[in-house]
Design a protein around this ligand. Structure first.
Ligand code: SF4
Length: 247
């Protein structure tokens, strides 16, 4: 699965040269997960990540490359949760290394379903006092943080471990690089553009797997295929595979 590799490189390029902190995964240090959604009322909130109309970016990329996602780790660009005093811009990027999720008979739906399963993880992580809110339309991921969680010492390191723990429940996931960004200077606009491209890649994959006819000259997905290495080969290869299966 190399479709997202260019996007991963671009994301890392956007963050290169900026100061950051990094922690290896320690599962026993993960922040408590309530196992179900928890309401943090406004009066109990310290602040919101992505609140007051500030950026709130999230996207997921999948790769099979150990060079791009070497091991389980959490990285943070910007202030940690206890260093923030008010609403802040925010981005969370999940880079997942997977095993061979393409099936032997060339059935790409296996790969697509594996990616969807991984994306669903974001809706099943419930760090205590860290209320996640999503907008499917805009792709925003906003967080309301409780005063109590701050008093109890919550940190991105521990919240990141909770996310990694949930991603790693999927046997296809071999390593997770989880990136948090709260630096006031961003670069949120460029990251949001990367997020839109990640969504486009996943949607294009979905449309191809739904059996889109192979006519690039009349296809509305051409801009994506022109840009994403491997997408066109995937569609053509899939059609050839279907042909050989039919024969
Ligand atoms: S390979 Fe061609 S037909 Fe297939 S999705 Fe891309 S542009 Fe469309």
């Amino acid at each position: 699965m190399e479709l997202y590799n260019e996007l991963i490189r671009e994301t890392e390029g956007l963050l290169a040269g900026r100061p950051f902190r990094r922690w290896d995964y320690e599962p026993q240090q993960a922040w408590e997960d309530t196992g179900e959604s928890e309401l943090v009322l406004l009066r109990d909130a310290a602040y919101e990540l992505g609140g007051s109309g500030k950026p709130a970016v999230h996207f997921t990329c999948v790769t099979t490359s150990p060079a791009l996602v070497e091991k389980d780790e959490v990285l943070l660009w910007g202030p940690d949760l206890r260093e923030l005093k008010r609403d802040s811009p925010y981005a969370r990027i999940a880079l997942l290394r997977v095993g061979d999720i393409e099936s032997d008979d060339g059935d790409d739906t296996v790969a697509y379903n594996a990616i969807k399963d991984m994306e669903f993880v974001r809706y099943h992580v419930f760090p205590k006092g860290y209320m996640l809110r999503f907008s499917a339309e805009s792709g925003r991921e906003q967080v309301r943080l409780s005063k109590r969680a701050l008093r109890d010492g919550i940190s991105f390191r521990q919240v990141g471990y909770d996310f990694i723990c949930r991603y790693r429940e999927n046997s296809n996931v071999l390593a997770v690089k989880l990136i948090f960004i709260t630096a006031p200077e961003g670069p949120y606009e460029a990251l949001a553009a990367c997020g839109r491209r990640s969504t486009e890649i996943t949607r294009t994959l979905c449309t191809i797997l739904d059996g889109l006819p192979m006519d690039c000259s009349a296809c509305h997905l051409k801009p994506v295929c022109d840009e994403v290495e491997g997408m066109r080969e995937l569609h053509f290869g899939r059609s050839a595979g279907e042909g050989s299966r039919r024969r």
